[in-house]
Design a protein around this ligand. Structure first.
Ligand code: OAD
Length: 265
């Protein structure tokens, strides 16, 4: 493993990001933590207050739709009240830098908060879906944001039903036991399999298949780095662990990449 010298991260990482053609990134809840969106497994994270098996699966939803819809309404309200942070902004800036020099950039996220899009990232796979979309489980019609607001904001006891057919409305997110959206995971696997450098940012690396993406990148010869204040089960298998918060590390890293890219162009 390369030990970062001087700065939080190594010169090798800066050089790879500034010079190679294909850059891939995986993000998890940690990158949105500094925006005020709770993570899942940290202290105070979402799963400490709610057990995933109680809320994030189809069976729980069918047994108690109003409770699950209410939980997602709460999560939507949280993300509507927050903004992208310097970590999201830095990844959008990195995409610009890489594509400006003719390279390719792909970001796969496990987050359903839409903050990467709001920060300006363009090539994004939302592996676990998006809280911003809601659809009917019977006729599959997508409900508009106004309909969702009107139908789900009543209280936690009234189930939200499709205005067309009366079917239950559910968020367009991946629940435990469900498949990931095929186009999104394919794009993410392709990017990981062809990357020259791959970053894993703010994820505990315990939920597969997403957690396998940095390993795919490493197996295919990419230089891999993890940015996380804590070590994860993957840390030892990657080239570099950068111990710090995404909102601190990424802006500094991207600034160094910008400078090096300017010097060599
Ligand atoms: P977790 O809550 O499991 O992990 C969050 C990670 O972010 C931890 O490793 C923290 O150390 C790290 N972290 C916290 N603050 C950070 C910061 N400011 N900067 C960088 N890292 C920070 O969240 P995920 O790994 O995203 O899936 O969880 C993966 C999936 O588990 C979620 O997408 C969700 C959940 O089940 C579904 O709902 C399908």
């Amino acid at each position: 493993m390369h030990q970062p010298v001087g700065d939080l991260f190594s010169d090798t990482l800066v050089e790879r990001l500034a010079r190679t053609r294909r850059v891939g990134v995986l993000t998890g809840a940690g990158i949105s933590a500094e925006s005020g969106v709770p993570t899942f497994r940290d202290e105070g994270g979402l799963w400490q207050r709610f057990k995933p098996e109680e809320l994030a699966n189809v069976k729980a939803f069918l047994e108690n739709p109003a409770l699950v819809q209410g939980w997602y309404r709460h999560r939507r309200e949280v993300i509507e009240g927050v903004d992208p942070n310097p970590g999201h902004d830095a990844l959008a800036a990195l995409e610009q830098l890489v594509t400006e020099r003719g390279g390719s950039f792909h970001l796969a996220t496990q987050n359903v908060d839409g903050l990467h899009h709001r920060a300006g990232s363009e090539s994004v796979s939302e592996l676990h879906g998006s809280l911003t979309r809601t659809y009917c489980i019977d006729c599959e019609r997508e409900a508009t944001p106004d309909e969702v607001a009107a139908l789900t904001n009543a209280d936690d006891e009234t189930r939200a039903e499709c205005p067309d057919c009366g079917g239950l409305l559910r968020p367009d997110v991946v629940w435990f036991g469900e498949q990931l959206p095929e186009t999104e995971i394919r794009a993410a696997e392709r990017a990981a399999g062809t990357a020259d450098v791959y970053l894993s940012v703010g994820t505990s690396s315990v939920v597969f298949p997403a957690a396998g993406l940095p390993l795919t990148a490493a197996a295919n010869g990419a230089y891999t780095a993890e940015i996380n204040p804590e070590r994860t089960p993957l840390s030892r298998q990657l080239d570099e662990h950068v111990s710090g918060k995404a909102g601190d590390v990424l802006p500094r890293l991207v600034e160094r990449v910008r400078t090096m890219q300017a010097e060599t162009s």
